[in-house]
Design a protein around this ligand. Sequence first.
Ligand code: DWN
Ligand code: SAH
Ligand code: ZN
Length: 408
Amino acid sequence: MVPTATCRVCAGTVTEFMDFGRQPLSDAFRDPADTSEEFFYRLAVGACADCEMVQMMEEVPRERMFHEGYPYYSSGSSVMRDHFRSTAQKLLAEHAAGDDPFVVELGCNDGVMLETVARAGVRHLGMEPSTGVSEVARDKGVRVRNAFFEKATALRIREEDGPADVVYAANTFCHIPYVDSVLEGITALLAPGGVFVFEDPYFGDVSEKASFDQFYDEHFFLFTATSVRNMARRFGLELVDVERLPTHGGELRYTLAREGSRTPAPAVGALLAEEDKRALTSPEVLSSFTRRVGENRERLVEELRSLRDQGRRVVGYGATAKSATVLNFCGIGPDLLEFICDTTPAKQGRLTPGSHVMVRDHGAFTDSYPDYALLLAWNHAEEIMAKETGFRDAGGRWLRYVPDVRTT
Ligand code: DWN
Ligand code: SAH
Ligand code: ZN
């Protein structure tokens, strides 16, 4: 019997299509001296037969993931810094033209987007439960409240600051299983003509590239235009625009507005039709995804074992949250990866969750190039390739696993 769960959006039946087994918290990088037991949960994902939402079968309590020591700092990539600067400018131009506009962001992290809004002198508020990263935002002049955004916190903002012209969330809405509370909060907070703009990894890209490591504890949902359209309707909201983004391996930016308040852009109908054709959540397409992921896992492990047996030095590049899924699902540990280099001080000197590979600073990579580097931060490939030309020049090779296993 295939396991089922209840859909977090519509209470329909979610049927499992992929089981990654026991997984640790993806961002729980561990002090080597820490001997306490690690937290594990079962990572399995399914699709709802009614509303088509792709989601996790089990939920991880939010406080375990997002807290003072949350180690992901959004400003660690120059491409992402540029992306969020231009996003802020676009939001200001399109949705904050009135007299005294008000911009709210969910998951503002280290202020990578809101710093531009703050510098423009526009009234704003970032909601960020992870206090460590939010301190960096405050240092940039960003106004932050340390709380999870949900209905109660939304009502408080409305009361204290008035209605919002735009609510924005990047890589955050898909982290939140309690969508009813969030969307009710957003409808209460938005001004009559206001919009909710959010961007998250696109299941259409995950399906195409078999980028299975987009599934981990923090990514509760993987959205499509279809599932977002269906979800929005339940809350009196309408999908009025969609835009494909190249960030994080392929994302979609969605714009929701109150039903009937705006004419949907032609891009919405076009993408809905495309998704219909692709039948992204049909049993056939989902089982082909599961099969390709299984094949890629076998090839990746084979490749790493063969390199080890040949005495090659292999390190990982980028201690991403995504890599928790790859390393633990494939059983890759310190016997196959010497270390993983990462520029984030909060991750350095720590062990990767579950797989226990040491994270070292960038210098550990450049000081003595390995023979191979497993590109765990594959979503930042362009940025990384541009700055690591020395590695290739020294004869180093990249090992990739998205969209398939290959060395370049
Ligand atoms: O959705 C999420 C995204 C936005 O960020 C969160 N749930 C958690 C996190 O996911 P991730 O850790 O998979 O994201 P990234 O952006 O792929 O992480 C890149 C990692 O690689 C960071 O730890 C920084 C590091 N890095 C590096 O060492 N050198 C990144 C670049 C670009 C570099 O040149
Ligand atoms: N927007 C940034 C950060 C993404 S990481 C970027 O795109 O890079 C996800 C962030 O969402 C984390 O900083 C986490 O603390 C925050 N978060 C999680 N649940 C939240 C909620 N309910 N309300 C607001 N922020 C939340
Ligand atoms: Zn559903």
